[in-house]
Design a protein around this ligand. Sequence first.
Ligand code: SDX
Length: 436
Amino acid sequence: MKLQEHKATLSFSNGAPSVELPIYSGTVGPDVIDIRKLYAQTGMFTYDPGFLSTASCQSSITYIDGDKGELLYRGYPIEQLATQCDYLETCYLLLYGELPNAAQKANFTERVTKHTMVHEQMQFFLRGFRRDAHPMAVLTGLVGAMSAFYHDSTDINNPEHREIAAIRLIAKMPTLVAMAYKYGIGQPYIYPRNDLSYAGNFLRMMFATPCEEYHVNPVLERAMDRIFTLHADHEQNASTSTVRLCGSSGTNPFAAIAAGVACLWGPAHGGANEACLNMLEEIQAMGGVAKIGEFIAKVKDKSSGVRLMGFGHRVYKNYDPRAKLMQETCNEVLSELGLENDPLFALAKKLEQIALEDDYFVQRKLYPNVDFYSGIVQRAIGIPVSLFTGIFALARTVGWIAQLNEMLADPEYKIGRPRQLYIGAARRDVLPIAQR
Ligand code: SDX
């Protein structure tokens, strides 16, 4: 980062001495004001709950321009990666900073492929859950449980450990997500196959049974791979910030990633795709397109507490580029499966069109985000709604690891420990219970 000539001067109306704060510029995007010395110099904290104006770190991994609706992974536009590369190439890019050449891609693919099996004992963790447990509850448990197995890769200060833990997590997430699914429907687990692609392997572990050969549909395989790429990383979102904060204590990578899975589950974050599909099904049950106006009116009435799920974003104040690509993938999958007239897809497109013409959404710059169409395409592929966020977690694991490893590789990193504005009771003495 580059120190700017001009600085920020903080002056106080009560006559306290002004403070000069350095300003830094990155490659692109907003400059930052360095406030690290502010408390020492002024005895005051900054105040920014929700981190609306706070940069928590410097990073070279992902850049988002919310106004332009631009998303770059290591400088490459998501539109190019999602159409010209596959997910494992994107994983390599996010982890190591450059796209792999053919030899590097083959080696990386082989390393991931050879780690797709999980320890046989993992099955016994699943048995502890009710069959109807939410897959995200199961996945949070399974990912955390990985730290009970892979002791030879939990020293985060050892770059080799960080490397093998990254490969293990990327390789085993599809297996664990598929196991959580099979456990829920009472079917036997399907072991990974080394002759299938990453996405093809996942589809087979999800939908194959021991009773017959499973043939991977190449259109669905490509769609699944693209869904993984579109969800791979997204700057300092809530779950990534959780992984960084958790990892900053020096805990092992599996525990830090499990914290990210837990955070992603929330409906305001990764759980929005499940919430969005449930919302579409609710409108469909109310009467479909004819009821969109009534639903939109509810959304605009704050007291209803109803939100248009899959719309709006903290950073994007324009179309989320991933939503456009997800809509295209939706079209491809639905036409491949002869579901062009899927009522929910028609409903979603109508809902988007109406919302984008409505001043309430236009004024607030609320556009479809990655979650608006992802549920429809996953449902068409046959993935149950309750597993949507699990697939988001599967895909985002590489982003979480890349961000965690970037932090751990920075010799200056410290344990994250925010402060607060205390508004509780001033010091007071305990009274004996008879006097309370
Ligand atoms: C993801 O951070 C990331 O990068 C996340 C993510 C990633 O890849 O990691 O992109 C993935 O989480 C996408 C977002 C998925 N969430 C949803 O789709 C849930 C619905 N959307 C929201 O609840 C909301 O838009 C957030 C949480 C996404 C963003 O919330 P902000 O930035 O805190 O904005 P806000 O809640 O303050 O809303 C601003 C205004 C408010 O109205 P006013 O108070 O100004 O009158 O817009 C309104 C909100 O009421 N609003 C919505 C709305 N989203 C915001 N109104 C109706 N429907 C919505 N979806």
